[in-house]
Design a protein. Structure first.
Length: 374
C-alpha cells in the first residue's frame, strides 16, 4: 500500500510540475510575443512598408526604457501605436478565453463559448444601441437623469454587460427542461438567440445613418482604434475577473462532476452558477465593447489548453488566459500586416479559424459521446 501511495504521490508531483512548467512557458512566450509583435509594421523591423526600416535594437531599447537616442517617430510608433494595441489584444484574448472556460465548465460542454451561446450577440446589441442612439437618450432611459452619465465610454461597457447577461439567461432558460440542460437544445438555443439578436443589430446598421460606418467596422472586430485610455478601462475589469475565476477553480472542478454531486459535496450550486454567469457576462461585455465581435476565442483556447494541462481549473484558467492573450496578439499582428496598408478585421480571421474547429468538435463529440480532450 505504501508503495502504491508513493507512486501516486510521485505521479501527481510530476503532473503538477509539468503544469507549472507549461504556465511558465506560456508566460515567457507571451512576453516574447509582445516584443516580436512590436517589431511588425509599416516601418519594420519586419513587415511591408517604406524603405526606412526601424532597427530591432530600437524596439528593444524603447520597450525596456534604455533610450538610445532613437528618433521620436520610433518612440511614437512603438509606445503610442503598436504597444497599446498589443496590450489591448492580449487583455481581450485573455478575457474571452477565460469566459469560454467558465461557460464550458458551467454547461459541461466543450462547445460552449460566449460567441456560440449568444453572449457576444447580446453584448453587440448593447453596444450597437449605444452607438446608434445618442448617449443622452440612453442615460435618461437607464439612469433617469441626463446629468449623470453622458460619456459613451462609460455607457458602452454597462450596456454590453447587460446585453451579454440577458442573452445567456435567455439561452439558459430556453435550453433548461425539467431541471436539466440538454446539449443539443443548448447549442440550438444559442444559435437561434444569437441570430435573432444579430438581426436586430443589422437593423440598427440600416437605420444608423451617420453612425453606419463606425458601427459596421466595430461589428467586424478589431483593434484599430486602440489607445492607452481603452487599456485603462479594460484592464481593471479583465484582470480582477480572471483572478476571481481562478479563485472559483474548486467550484468549477466540482461542476464538472455534475450539479447533484457538487451539491452533495456542500456547494451552493445556484449561487455559484449565478456568480459565474455574472463573471462570464462581465468579461464578454467589456471585451465586445472595446474590440467588437471576435468569435471562437473562448471555444478554441480552453479546449487546446485542456489537452495540455488537463481539466483542473487551477491550471486551466490561468493557462487559458495566457494562451488567449498570445493567440489574439498574433492574430491581430497578422490582421494588420498580411494585406498592409489594408487592415483585415480580426473577427474575420478568428471566424475562419474557429468555424472549422467548431465543426471538428461537434463531429468528435457526436462520435465519442464525451468531451473531446477532456
Amino acid at each position: 500500500m505504501k508503495g502504491k501511495r508513493g507512486g501516486r504521490n510521485g505521479k501527481g508531483a510530476r503532473r503538477k510540475g509539468r503544469r507549472l512548467v507549461a504556465l511558465l512557458a506560456l508566460t515567457g512566450f507571451l512576453l516574447l510575443s509582445v516584443l516580436l509583435a512590436c517589431m511588425f509594421g509599416s516601418i519594420g523591423p519586419f513587415g511591408p512598408g517604406t524603405p526606412e526600416r526601424m532597427p530591432e535594437k530600437a524596439v528593444f531599447d524603447i520597450l525596456t526604457g534604455q533610450g538610445g537616442g532613437w528618433p521620436d517617430l520610433y518612440n511614437i510608433v512603438v509606445t503610442e501605436l503598436r504597444l497599446p494595441r498589443i496590450v489591448l489584444a492580449g487583455l481581450i484574448g485573455a478575457g474571452l478565453a477565460v469566459a469560454g472556460a467558465i461557460m464550458q465548465a458551467l454547461f459541461r460542454n466543450p462547445m460552449a463559448d460566449p460567441y456560440i451561446l449568444g453572449l457576444s450577440a447580446g453584448a453587440s446589441l448593447g453596444a450597437g444601441l449605444t452607438l446608434a442612439v445618442p448617449a443622452t437618450v440612453w442615460t435618461f432611459a437607464v439612469f433617469g437623469s441626463v446629468m449623470m452619465v453622458t460619456n459613451t465610454s462609460v455607457l458602452l461597457p454597462f450596456l454590453t454587460f447587460l446585453g451579454a447577461l440577458g442573452a445567456v439567461l435567455l439561452v439558459f432558460s430556453i435550453a433548461r427542461t425539467g431541471g436539466k440542460v440538454n446539449t443539443d437544445t443548448l447549442l440550438l438555443s444559442g444559435i437561434a438567440v444569437s441570430a435573432f439578436l444579430s438581426a436586430i443589430v443589422m437593423f440598427l446598421l440600416f437605420i444608423a445613418g451617420h453612425q453606419f460606418k463606425s458601427l459596421f467596422f466595430w461589428m467586424l472586430g478589431g483593434f484599430g482604434a486602440a489607445s492607452w485610455g481603452q487599456v485603462a478601462i479594460v484592464a481593471p475589469v479583465v484582470v480582477p475577473c480572471v483572478v476571481l475565476t481562478v479563485l472559483f477553480a474548486r467550484d468549477l472542478n466540482l461542476l464538472l462532476t455534475g450539479e447533484e454531486t457538487a451539491r452533495n459535496l456542500g456547494m451552493n450550486v445556484g449561487r455559484v452558477k449565478w456568480q459565474l454567469l455574472l463573471l462570464s457576462s462581465l468579461l464578454t461585455g467589456i471585451c465586445v465593447a472595446f474590440a467588437g465581435i471576435i468569435g471562437f476565442v473562448g471555444l478554441i483556447i480552453p479546449h487546446i489548453i485542456r489537452i495540455m494541462v488537463g481539466p483542473d481549473h487551477r491550471y486551466l484558467v490561468p493557462a487559458s488566459a495566457l494562451a488567449g492573450a498570445i493567440f489574439l496578439v498574433w492574430v491581430d499582428t497578422a490582421a494588420r500586416t498580411m494585406m498592409a496598408p489594408t487592415e483585415i478585421p480580426v473577427g474575420i480571421l478568428t471566424a475562419m479559424t474557429g468555424g472549422p474547429f467548431f465543426l471538428y468538435l461537434l463531429r468528435t463529440s457526436k462520435r465519442t459521446g464525451r468531451w473531446a480532450g477532456g
